[in-house]
Design a protein around this ligand. Structure first.
Ligand SMILES: [Zn+2]
Length: 334
C-alpha cells in the first residue's frame, strides 16, 4: 500500500509523511475515524515506509515493500479479533505483541504492530498492552485503529499520538468504488447509502444489498397504511438477524429521509433513491413533513434499541406499529 493510493486524507497523510521524513515516527499512533476511510491502508503504508529499502519509502518495488504488499513481511504484525469473535483477547496480546515487541526485528529496521479495532481489546488485554506502551521497545512501533479517541482506555490513548481520518465525501467514494470496478450509477447509490465508509459500501456491493433492498421499495411505500398481517409479516422477514434488521433500518431511514427532503421542498439532487422519485413524491405529499420527521425519529429510536441489544423482533414490531400510527397522524389532524 502506497500513500498516494489513499484518497481524501491528504492532511493526515502529510503529518505521517513529515514524521517519516524527519525520522521521528512516534512509538504509537492512534488512527481514529469511521471504518473504511483509509485508516488501515495508511497504517500499512506507514509500516512499509519504515522498512522500505529505498530513501523515501514506501517505494512499492523493493523486496521489503513487496513483502508488505502480501502481508508476508516478518516484522509486520496485525492484531484483530479472531474470525467470528468480538474481542481481542489477552492471549493474542501475549503471543502477537508481548512476545515479539522486545525482540530485534527479523528483517527490517523496526517491527510494526497494527491493532485493528483496538477498541475491541478485552480489558485485561488492554492492560497487558498498556505495559508495552509504558516501556516501549526502541525497535517497535504501534498503530492503533479505533473509531474515536474515547473508544480506547484513556491510559492508552494518552500514550498515543492521535491522527483523525475524516469520513469520505460522496465524490471520493465514487472514485474509489470505480477502482473496485463498480459502475457509476451503482457507485452513486452505494456512496449515498454508506455514510462515508468504503468498508460499508463494499460490503453492500458484495452482498447485493441494493438489489435485496429494492424488493422492499413496494412494502415500504405502503407501510403507513398496511394492515396488521402485512406489518407483522414484514417484521418477521426483516428481523431474522440483528445485522439484517440494522440494514433494513438504515435503508428505511434513507427512504423516509428522501421523502422528508421532498416534503420540505428540497431538490431532487439530494434524494438517494432517485429511481423511485414518483413514489417518493406521492408519499411525501401525502404524509407531510411533520409525520415524516416523527417516522424518522422512530426509526432512529429502534436503531438505538437494537444497538443496546433489545429483542430484534419486538423492536421491529413496535417500530412498525408506531410508524403506522404516525402515517395516520396527518389524516387525524386534518
Ligand atoms: Zn520499498
Amino acid at each position: 500500500m502506497l500513500f498516494d493510493q489513499i484518497i481524501g486524507q491528504e492532511k493526515t497523510l502529510n503529518i505521517i509523511r513529515s514524521a517519516l521524513g524527519k525520522g521521528r515516527v512516534p512509538t504509537a499512533y492512534l488512527f481514529t475515524g469511521p471504518a473504511g476511510c483509509g485508516r488501515m491502508p495508511a497504517a500499512l503504508a506507514l509500516a512499509a515506509a519504515m522498512n522500505c529499502e529505498s530513501e523515501q519509502g514506501p517505494c512499492g518495488a523493493c523486496q521489503s515493500c513487496r513483502l508488505h504488499e502480501t502481508f508476508a513481511h516478518p516484522d509486520l504484525h496485525i492484531i484483530r479479533p479472531l474470525p467470528g469473535k468480538r474481542w481481542i483477547v489477552i492471549e493474542q496480546i501475549r503471543e502477537q505483541v508481548l512476545e515479539k515487541a522486545y525482540l530485534m526485528p527479523m528483517r527490517g529496521r523496526v517491527s510494526i504492530f497494527i491493532l485493528d479495532d483496538a477498541h475491541t481489546m478485552y480489558p485485561n488485554a488492554a492492560n497487558a498492552f498498556l505495559k508495552t506502551l509504558e516501556e516501549p521497545p526502541e525497535t517497535s512501533r504501534f498503530v492503533l485503529i479505533a473509531p474515536g479517541r474515547d473508544s480506547v482506555l484513556p491510559t492508552i490513548s494518552s500514550r498515543c499520538q492521535e491522527l483523525s481520518f475524516r469520513p469520505l465525501g460522496r465524490k471520493e467514494m465514487i472514485t474509489l468504488l470505480g477502482r473496485h470496478g463498480v459502475g457509476r450509477d451503482r457507485a452513486h447509490l452505494l456512496a449515498s447509502m454508506s455514510r462515508g465508509s468504503m468498508e460499508r459500501a463494499l460490503e453492500y456491493h458484495r452482498g447485493e444489498i441494493p438489489e435485496k433492498l429494492a424488493e422492499e421499495f413496494e412494502p415500504l411505500s405502503k407501510l403507513t397504511d398496511a394492515d396488521w398481517g402485512t406489518l407483522f409479516g414484514l417484521s418477521q422477514r426483516w428481523g431474522k438477524s440483528r445485522q439484517e434488521a440494522m440494514q433494513v433500518l438504515e435503508f428505511m431511514a434513507q427512504w423516509f429521509r428522501d421523502m422528508l427532503i421532498l416534503a420540505e421542498g428540497g431538490g431532487e439532487e439530494w434524494v438517494i433513491h432517485s429511481s423511485q422519485l414518483p413514489v417518493l413524491r406521492g408519499e411525501a405529499a401525502r404524509l407531510g413533513g411533520y409525520s415524516l420527521s416523527m417516522v424518522l425519529e422512530t426509526i432512529e429510536d429502534t436503531r438505538e434499541d437494537l444497538e443496546r441489544n433489545a429483542n430484534v423482533q419486538l423492536s421491529l414490531d413496535n417500530m412498525l406499529i408506531r410508524i403506522r400510527r404516525q402515517g395516520l397522524l396527518k389524516e387525524n389532524r386534518a
